[in-house]
Design a protein around this ligand. Structure first.
Ligand SMILES: CC(C)(COP(=O)(O)OP(=O)(O)OC[C@H]1O[C@@H](n2cnc3c(N)ncnc32)[C@H](O)[C@@H]1OP(=O)(O)O)[C@@H](O)C(=O)NCCC(=O)NCCS
Length: 270
């Protein structure tokens, strides 16, 4: 598919955020935007809440990317790299880079037209396991040990989301060893990639940014900007998903399997 130029520019990464728990009357429009494969994936979720959140995630993602490209949301096609990172199929010489993250009912999306990007958002929640010991590098664990107990949880999630955003931007997913790179964990100053095995100039090539999030969440963005300065432009509040009066009966019936009639699950009528 040929797309028109997007025109975000080399100094900007657009950030979109939306809730995944949507009103029932928004669902028909969101379902209408999904591809057949996404619809099938939605139908496979066992828990209704997960199914609806997936629909709200993909539906909004398609609406937003479709608006950039002036293409109807449903006509967008995605393909996936070997590690599952989605990208627009056939974007050719007019690339639109994007990455999506969701946590506890909140979705965030980073979009730009110049750089490979990744984004991560996490709800800050206490845990008992030694997650830092399992997932963080020796340098990151050392830095965390210097953090006072009251500040530990936020520092942990800053480290986690910066690492995850980097892994997602890199594209290799979790096949990239999590101890092969270090990120900064501090709350102040610009976050940084401090080391990437085998690539001494990586800290100058990669840019990390703090994401502004709702209270109780922490997030980060990573981009391969090759030294260019970028900033985040928050676009929240501008998402327009076309409204539909009702979901077609066959779709409603498929999504409402597990013995629950469609009008109970979605309140959209028949
Ligand atoms: C899949 C992964 C990329 C992100 O998983 P996650 O944190 O559970 O999920 P997020 O909500 O941040 O991102 C999911 C979205 O990222 C995108 N995505 C999927 N695979 C991806 C990949 N390899 N690279 C980049 N983006 C990817 C998709 O759009 C996906 O949305 P979808 O589930 O609606 O299709 C992967 O890194 C993972 O499994 N992480 C597990 C957590 C972990 O161990 N983190 C260690 C960090 S220290």
């Amino acid at each position: 598919m040929r797309h028109r130029p997007v025109g975000i520019g080399s100094t900007i990464i657009d950030i979109w955020q939306w809730p995944l728990d949507v009103a029932a009357d928004a669902l028909p429009g969101l379902v209408a935007a999904l591809s057949d494969a996404e619809f099938a994936r939605a139908a496979r979720f066992v828990r209704e809440r997960d199914r609806l959140r997936f629909i709200a995630g993909r539906g909004h993602l398609r609406a937003i990317l479709g608006a950039y490209l002036a293409v109807p949301a449903k006509r967008l096609a995605f393909d996936y790299n070997a590690f599952g990172k989605p990208r627009l199929a056939g974007a050719g010489e007019l690339p639109l880079h994007f990455n999506l993250s969701h946590s506890a009912g909140v979705a965030v999306l980073a979009v730009c037209d110049h750089y490979q990007i990744g984004i991560d958002i996490e709800q800050v929640a206490p845990f008992k396991e030694d997650l830092a010991g399992t997932f963080f590098s020796a340098a990151e664990r050392r830095a965390l040990r210097c953090v006072p107990p009251k500040a530990y949880l936020d520092a942990f999630y800053r480290c986690w989301t910066r690492k995850e955003a980097f892994v997602k931007a890199h594209g290799a997913g979790l096949s990239l060893p999590l101890d092969s790179f270090d990120v900064s964990i501090g709350a102040t100053g610009q976050p940084r990639l401090l080391r990437l095995d085998g690539m001494p100039d990586a800290p100058e090539q990669w840019c990390l940014l703090n994401l502004a999030t709702p209270r109780g969440f922490i997030g980060a963005v990573a981009a391969l900007t090759a030294g260019n300065a970028v900033s985040l432009r928050y676009r929240t509040g501008e998402i327009a998903v076309p409204r539909r009066a009702a979901m077609p009966a066959p779709e409603a019936a498929i999504l409402a399997r597990n013995g629950r009639p469609a009008h109970q699950s979605f309140a959209v009528g028949n």
